[in-house]
Design a protein around this ligand. Structure first.
Ligand SMILES: *[C@@H]1O[C@H](CO)[C@@H](O)[C@H](O)[C@H]1NC(C)=O
Ligand SMILES: *[C@@H]1O[C@H](CO)[C@@H](O)[C@H](O)[C@H]1NC(C)=O
Length: 138
């Protein structure tokens, strides 16, 4: 009985030490990341490509701002991002792959922005990623 208690205590201590090791936040909880993070930029760009693939719009949209970005370690990395995409001047039918070549629509009839919420799960060591949620609203 005493031995079991001791083992339990030891396990708790190890858990706490592991928590400390990763900084102040508990392991597994989402934490803010920089909007300039290179992987985040790629994640948001991929989401815009997904949006374009699914939309019926005649024009391509591209990311125009990131409002909130979090990362959480759970059997891989989960990204939780609020961002916006805006309509560009590039026609979908032109099949342009590089969105950086597409300027945003000037203000006017065709100017439009969507607010998007994305949850993406990346398993780097398997080179896999899965969109858990991508919701874009005008
Ligand atoms: C575009 O969407 C279709 C189904 O809607 C899917 O089969 C295809 O893989 C998608 N292409 C890209 C580049 O995401
Ligand atoms: C995380 O970022 C959001 C949006 O930028 C901000 O409102 C929030 O205070 C940040 N949280 C922490 C713990 O820094």
């Amino acid at each position: 009985m005493e031995v079991k208690m001791l083992l339990l205590l030891t396990a708790l201590e190890v858990g706490r030490a592991a928590g400390r090791h990763h900084g102040l936040s508990m392991p597994g909880s989402p934490s803010n990341i920089s909007r300039n993070d290179a992987t985040l930029q790629q994640v948001v760009l991929n989401a815009a490509h997904s949006f374009n693939n699914q939309s019926n719009d005649a024009f391509l949209f591209k990311p125009s701002a990131i409002h909130r970005a979090q990362r959480q370690v759970v059997k891989g990395i989960r990204y939780i991002v609020d961002f916006q995409i805006s309509r560009t001047v590039c026609h979908k039918r032109d099949h342009i792959k590089d969105l950086s070549k597409c300027d945003l629509q000037p203000s006017g009839r065709l100017h439009q922005t969507f607010q998007c919420h994305l949850e993406l799960w990346v398993i780097p060591w398997k080179h896999q990623s899965e969109i858990l949620e991508l919701l874009c609203k005008p």
